[in-house]
Design a protein. Structure first.
Length: 130
């Protein structure tokens, strides 16, 4: 965790998804945790073209001031979400995601004394119109 981050900040990295699905996830998280940590919500990084997943969308959320409970949100496909932060804030963010999406935990790592990394697979709870 950098000195610019607070223990209540959770970094979210989205991969394996379309830009529209990344926007849907960030919209849900922005409503659930409206206190902005950075102005670059939805920022993306391009990976080298030889790798299978060419885009990563990154944003950081402050979970100290939760917003209203989320509604189910549509996704065109599944989304891989990696959450980085302290245990309790990561779980709070995961709970917010589970109110809007079907969430399956695919991995859990404890990289430090206070930090965890959780990999989630997000799927739509609602039917996406064709």
């Amino acid at each position: 965790m950098t000195t610019l981050q607070h223990s209540a900040h959770v970094s979210v990295h989205l991969t394996d998804c379309s830009p529209q699905d990344a926007d849907s996830v960030f919209d849900v998280l922005g409503a659930a945790f409206p206190a902005a940590v950075d102005r670059e919500t939805g920022a993306h990084c391009e990976r080298p073209p030889l790798l299978a997943n060419p885009m990563v969308w990154i944003s950081t959320y402050d979970v100290r001031t939760p917003g209203p409970a989320g509604e189910p949100a549509a996704l065109g496909g599944s989304v891989t979400a990696d959450l980085f932060g302290c245990h309790r804030p990561v779980r709070q963010l995961e709970e917010a995601l589970s109110r809007s999406f079907r969430v399956e935990e695919e991995g859990h790592v404890v990289p430090g004394d206070q930090e965890v990394q959780v990999r989630l697979r997000l799927r739509s709870r609602v039917t996406v119109p064709s």
